[in-house]
Design a protein around this ligand. Structure first.
Ligand SMILES: [Zn+2]
Length: 362
């Protein structure tokens, strides 16, 4: 008996045989935003709903609102739960993907051993699978995004926190219990800012949106020097990026350090996995080349030279990566080995062009 409520036909065979390829409901639990989307098996997002997570309101409130968001996403495309194959749920770890339980979520206060998959499976009457959001993003970029056709890639999301995942030799890297690949806790600066994990100077503490904002508050308190950042009572990472673009001295210093730390982190990931491509997503990566350009430069000069260049690029899935990744967690569990074919690489960069059926579940 499965606590996740897989349908017997799926659980027994690992593949949905002979069924029409039905869409999947992707639910993404982020530190700042919840997202729900109906995702076709070919990766196309048919609907997308987002709202603030408000983790401080507790797990009951959040699960209720996530369910509502999922229902709205289904209604938007005129779909009912019965027409959907499964639910995929992405959340920050640590978690137990086999039981579908979030063990502890640093960005969701008070969450301990929350049976997220079971709760949402019961709510929708569908099989539901839970996985790490970094792994989900890696799958999404591998199947449908900037890593299409590559056997080795790394995904890094720079957002409220920093998460990541890797595909190594054509396999999603998971670690022994599904919690490997926590790139956010690569140690960059041993005496640096305190991280949510308890250590100091993790990549997450230094380059996450939360870390950048905290640094701005500290820098402003340490000097009376004028700065555009003083225009806001609580400057965000986006404010820092904007002020740095406008030549603000304090913001520029913070931004330069941030891109250098990020580049060092990417260099370590490149040294560990030798990916062909590193894909960057998350809200902070919305700064685009302002973030990725200098980080790329640091990463390429710091990583050991191997003769095979690594591409360091922004997500192709944008804000949809969360729900596409969540959907991928379910698609992956339902299909033994999603196949890739060359048609996946013929797109013009818009993943919406892909064929919707017959690829992942065939
Ligand atoms: Zn840490």
């Amino acid at each position: 008996v499965s606590v996740q409520g897989e349908r017997p036909d799926v659980a027994r065979t690992g593949v949905i045989v002979g069924e029409p390829a039905r869409p999947v409901l992707g639910l993404d639990i982020g530190g700042t935003k919840l997202a729900a989307g109906v995702v076709a098996p070919g990766g196309r997002v048919l609907s997308l709903r987002r709202e603030l997570t408000r983790g401080d309101r507790g797990e009951e409130s959040m699960l209720r609102r996530l369910r509502l968001l999922g229902e709205q996403a289904l209604a938007e495309v005129g779909t009912t739960a019965e027409q959907v194959a499964a639910i995929g749920i992405a959340c920050g770890g640590p978690l137990d993907p086999d039981r579908g339980v979030v063990l502890h979520a640093p960005n969701l206060p008070g969450w301990r051993d929350v049976p997220v998959a079971e709760r949402l499976s019961a709510a929708f009457g569908l099989p539901a699978w839970l996985g790490n959001d970094g792994c989900a993003g890696a799958l999404a970029e591998w199947w449908f995004g900037a890593g299409r056709g590559e056997s080795d890639l790394a995904y890094l999301t720079v957002s409220t926190g920093v998460g990541g995942g890797a595909v190594v030799a054509g396999q999603l890297f998971r670690g022994s219990s599904g919690n490997g690949g926590e790139f956010g806790h690569l140690l960059i600066e041993p005496r640096g800012r305190r991280c949510g994990c308890g250590r100091r100077g993790c990549l997450e503490a230094l380059v996450s949106g939360t870390g950048i904002a905290a640094r701005a508050v500290e820098e402003l308190a340490a000097t009376p020097a004028p700065s555009m950042l003083r225009d806001s009572s609580e400057p965000t990472a986006a404010d820092v990026a904007r002020a740095a673009r406008n030549g603000d001295a304090i913001a520029t210093r913070i931004w330069d350090d941030t891109t250098a730390f990020l580049g060092e982190g990417i260099a370590t990931i490149v040294n560990l996995f030798e990916p062909r491509v590193v894909v960057l997503g998350g809200g902070v990566a919305n700064a685009g080349e302002q973030l990725i350009g200098p980080a790329r430069q640091v990463a390429l000069s710091a990583a050991l030279p191997t003769g095979r260049p690594v591409r360091i690029v922004r997500t192709e899935l944008g804000v949809e990566v969360g729900v596409v990744g969540a959907a991928c967690l379910a698609l992956e569990r339902m299909s033994a080995h999603p196949r890739h074919n060359d048609s996946a690489n013929l797109g013009n960069g818009n993943h919406n062009n892909h064929v919707d059926t017959g690829r992942v579940l065939s």
